[in-house]
Design a binder for this molecule. Structure first.
Ligand SMILES: [Fe+2]
Length: 256
């Protein structure tokens, strides 16, 4: 039912994102940086083994992350591509939205290569490789989520209206970044911001955050607050739900 449209050679035709593509110079990471990665993983894995959704944990195994070494992005892409068509593509930093959507549409996830220092283990305002790879990339091994993410990029890449983009940005925020899912009656986490942040995840687990059933209209009408821990997040029942929600959003755009 969910057709995987592989990126193929589309990456070669990137326009808006082209200036931001870079390389990961893996051999230049220092032993101290590998140790910081290992420490970040040690801090997050125990909680995630109990509270991350099954699809995230399966994806973590599938992409071959090692607990004590920074990830090699090419090696991850070699595993992911045959399964969902996605690659984990190094970029030089924050991307403007047109470049970001173009890459998602091409099933290329823009990934930073820098790693936070030991002085900011708990939080970094700018996404680093830990947020991008540990937080996001395991979900790209899940076929329905992978198709949802590509479709999100393809729809947003065609939108010029800032207000519409802001509303769709809320869908991204409350799913890809801070999404929750119900699994056998328990709330589990899958969004990268909750996966990679001990504070956000603990807040969900300990009930500091209200969890409502995912509803497309409510999500589109709930502004994002980036400067404080979440007091409201949304739980889906399955990844089919956000796949269908994105198609519903697209239908509405076409009808408007
Ligand atoms: Fe993110």
């Amino acid at each position: 039912m969910h057709i995987v449209e592989k990126a193929g050679t589309k990456g070669a035709s990137l326009v808006a994102a082209a200036p931001y593509l870079t390389e990961q110079r893996y051999e230049e990471y220092t032993p101290e940086q590998h140790e910081v990665w290992a420490e970040l993983v040690r801090r997050r894995r125990p909680q995630l083994e109990a509270h991350a959704c099954r699809e995230y944990l399966d994806g973590y195994q599938f992409i071959g992350l090692e607990d004590d070494r920074l990830p090699n992005l090419s090696a991850i892409s070699r595993r992911l591509k045959p399964r969902t068509g996605w690659s984990t593509t190094p970029v030089s930093g924050f991307l403007p939205s047109d470049a970001f959507f173009e890459m998602l549409d091409a099933r290329m996830f823009p990934t930073t290569t820098w790693l936070r220092g030991r002085d900011s283990l708990a939080y970094t305002p700018e996404p680093d490789i830990f947020h991008d790879v540990f937080g996001h990339v395991p979900m790209h091994a899940h076929k329905v989520f992978a198709d949802f993410l590509q479709h999100y990029g393809s729809v947003c890449a065609r939108i010029k209206d800032a207000n519409t983009l802001e509303r769709l940005g809320r869908l991204f925020w409350y799913t890809v970044e801070f999404g929750l899912i119900r699994e056998k009656g328990s709330v589990k986490v899958y969004g990268s911001g909750v996966i990679s942040s001990h504070g956000e995840c603990t807040n969900v687990i300990e009930g500091g955050c209200q969890v409502r059933d995912f509803d497309l209209d409510e999500v589109l009408n709930t502004p994002v607050k980036v400067d404080r821990i979440h007091s409201l997040l949304f739980a889906i029942e399955s990844f089919d739900q956000i796949y269908e929600a994105m198609h519903e959003a697209e239908r509405r755009l076409r009808a408007s």
